[in-house]
Design a protein around this ligand. Sequence first.
Ligand code: AGP
Length: 360
Amino acid sequence: SDIEKGTYPHFMLKEIDEQPLVLRRIIQEYQNEDNEIKLDPDVRQAMKDCDRIYIIAAGTSYHAGLIGKQFIEKFAKIPVEVHVASEFSYNMPLLSEKPLFVYISQSGETADSRAVLVQTKQLGHPALTITNVPGSTLSREADYTLHLHAGPEIAVASTKAYTAQMAVLAILAVDTAKAKGIELDFDPMQELAIVANAMEALADQKEVFEDLARDFLATTRNCFFIGRSIDYYVGVEGALKLKEISYIQAEGFAGGELKHGTIALIEEGTPIIALATQEGVNDSIRGNVQEVIARGANACVISMKGLEKDGDSFVLPKVHELLTPIVSVLPFQLISYYAALHRDCDVDKPRNLAKSVTVE
Ligand code: AGP
């Protein structure tokens, strides 16, 4: 292929490192000369006209959708449902009067998502595809497309597409809020620029995550990610990353759910990676960490500046509370990458997986 790894040993590491650059490109592409959001007016209208949004996606793109829901509901005040594409048609939800379907797909070729698109088009509902490949099947078949501008993503494990998806969803949510006349005390481009700087700072501290991967994951069979609120969704993405490239059985859990069953899995030495970036739940997630440590877990906490406590393994630079996932996923991407390396796994081409899943 004409895409080269350059000095990088793997595409995944290269793509992780490209994330600040991609974010800055998105800021540029979605801004006009007057520093206002530049967005297809038809997309703006479709967002304004709908009474409910149904996000449809798979895998990592689904995880980006979970964060997108937070942006759209908090900024634009439109109710959002997020659905796994392959499950959608079995128990199709009751649809609102004016639904808008939003398909999130890096490749634009995921068959499970396309099957839902065909179905909702038949029902006559408008569709927006958010993709890294304009001209892909999902892009051509939807009414509207938003481009991720992430550049080709080669590694099977999605990294820069995920952070790009969240950034574009944040811009879309704020644009919709403005179009609806909702006053916001939030400049998305300024906040995303801060996020890009934070990402860059992380990229320069990779040894920390290499060490964490070695200390926590070199020989383990399983690993749990815990978090509350939006940290929980990032944990689910962290678990998917770790599973697919290192083959360690990993799950993301909501901190509050531990006591409802999962805590039974904790044994002497079970690795637990906790995320603490949300002020409102900082005490309660810390409580969960104490609970698992008391049962023998090998726990580490990744927190955000201002919320850190003694003993945290890493403190992320401060960014806007809602945009934390765009930064907090980087440690998980890097930990997964180094865990896979330590375990001699084929990082870019994990067993049994394809980059885009074009069969249902
Ligand atoms: C992510 O690391 C995975 N390889 C996978 O879950 C992926 O996100 C999923 O197959 C969806 O792909 P898409 O974004 O191209 O639709």
